[in-house]
Design a protein around this ligand. Structure first.
Ligand code: 5AD
Ligand code: SF4
Length: 395
């Protein structure tokens, strides 16, 4: 999501004559697009901004833009503490970004449209289909910094997909609860169907779906459209129905498992997000998470320690001992490593559709990495018989 937002902001900066560089000393402007989902992410962004004071002082006219979710949460406090930030633009103001640039009188717009060079090489193009989130998960700050869910009109999304698919065979549709997309009755599954009809699109992915919005029409669309990748990153958060209820996730562990079973029958691999150490999580709850992880056989998981975010209901609860959280996290990470290794090894002897991202490597429809010594064309899609795997890559 943040990457897609950065891309959007970059395009506007190109309009002001800037070009992209990753070399700090070559830059005239630094755009820091921030995340605040966990305290650690926000800390990193602020400490980077702090370090840029020296960089800014070294040359006249250097500029800093501090944007995104941490900018939204902290607002004016950022400018007060870090006067080196020329512009602070919160996540809710992304649409106003070009106006903010113009009004700042720090930049003069050019009349030429410069297309970033590396856009040409991207295999996966990200396309935002909604902004914000209307779920109220008890631990999550996203709805506060990004606002209520808003679906983007389908014509705009489809036009974006048509343009981007000329260079990028894979389209990744993005939204905080991507499958809750609904623009005046135009549903997510309808949108998936329409994206699949674009001839240049070879594969479609989407991130992040919420289990509660997966309904029968989704399974039907998947069955009818081979272009939809057989991989879903489906956040679980906890394997305990009690904790899920406390988190206001709106599904039970059993309901989640039923979705996984349905998806597996359709040939899907599933990855997930899990939070350990939620304030009401007991040892027994954690055991239930471990058991469900084993049953689901995730191909991958992002595991996070609970991070209290001021203003969310969960931040009011008493935290559990850090030592216990660390311990649970390590146990979970070990389990995930095993699951992931099994997912790779289970593909040996199977035919997989690989989309090549470089001459020698690519990803399967199930989102596993494949590598070969034979030279392929980046962007090509091939059926490949998997001969071996060390649990980390297919060959
Ligand atoms: N603490 C820890 N993890 C969190 N996430 C969201 N909010 C928090 C929090 N306060 C995780 C969830 C979500 C992912 C993007 O970040 O697992 O799916
Ligand atoms: Fe946060 Fe995702 Fe829940 Fe929305 S659905 S509140 S983004 S965890």
């Amino acid at each position: 999501m943040n990457e897609a937002d950065s891309e959007e902001m970059l395009l506007h900066l190109f309009g002001f004559g800037y070009q992209q560089t990753t070399v700090l000393n070559e830059a005239d402007l630094v755009l820091i697009n921030t995340c605040t989902i966990r305290d650690h992410a926000e800390h990193r962004a602020l400490s980077y901004l702090g370090r840029l004071e020296k960089w800014k002082g070294e040359k006249q006219d250097r500029k800093i833009i501090f944007a995104g979710c941490a900018a939204e949460r902290l607002g004016k406090a950022v400018k007060k503490r870090f006067p080196q930030a020329d512009i602070v633009c919160g996540a809710k103001s992304l649409e106003k970004f070009p106006t903010i640039l113009e009004n700042s009188s720090l930049f003069k717009p050019l009349n030429v449209k410069i297309v970033p060079e590396d856009e040409n090489k991207k295999i996966t193009a990200q396309v935002s289909i909604m902004r914000g989130c209307s779920c109220k998960c008890s631990y999550c700050i996203v709805p506060y910094v990004r606002g209520e869910a808003q679906s983007i009109p389908p014509e705009i999304i489809l036009e974006n997909c048509r343009i981007k698919s000329k260079k990028s065979p894979e389209i990744m549709l993005l939204g905080q609860t991507v499958n809750a997309y609904n623009y005046k009755g135009f549903t997510f599954t309808k949108l998936l169907e329409e994206v699949c009809k674009i001839p240049e699109v070879k594969r479609v992915r989407f991130l992040s779906p919420h289990p509660v919005f997966i309904k029968d029409d989704f399974y039907k669309v998947v069955q009818d459209n081979k272009k939809i990748a057989r991989h879903l990153h489906l956040p679980l958060q906890s394997g305990s129905t009690k904790v899920l209820k406390d988190m206001k996730r709106l599904y039970t562990a059993e309901e989640y498992y039923n979705i996984v079973k349905n998806l597996k029958q359709l040939g899907f691999l599933i990855s997930t997000d899990i939070i350990v150490g939620y304030p009401t999580e007991t040892d027994e709850d954690f055991k239930q998470t471990l058991n469900l992880v084993k049953k689901c056989g995730f191909s991958f998981a992002y595991c996070f320690k609970f991070s209290p975010r001021a203003g969310t209901p969960a931040a009011e609860l008493k935290e559990i001992a850090q030592e216990m959280v660390e311990n649970r996290l390590n146990i979970l990470l070990n389990e995930i490593r095993e699951c992931s290794s099994l997912a790779y090894k289970s593909r040996i002897g199977q035919k997989e559709e690989v989309l090549f991202e470089t001459k020698n490597s690519g990803r399967t429809s199930g989102n596993l990495w494949y590598r070969t010594a034979a030279a392929k064309e980046a962007g090509s899609l091939e059926e490949i018989l998997i001969k071996e795997s060390d649990g980390k890559i297919l060959k």
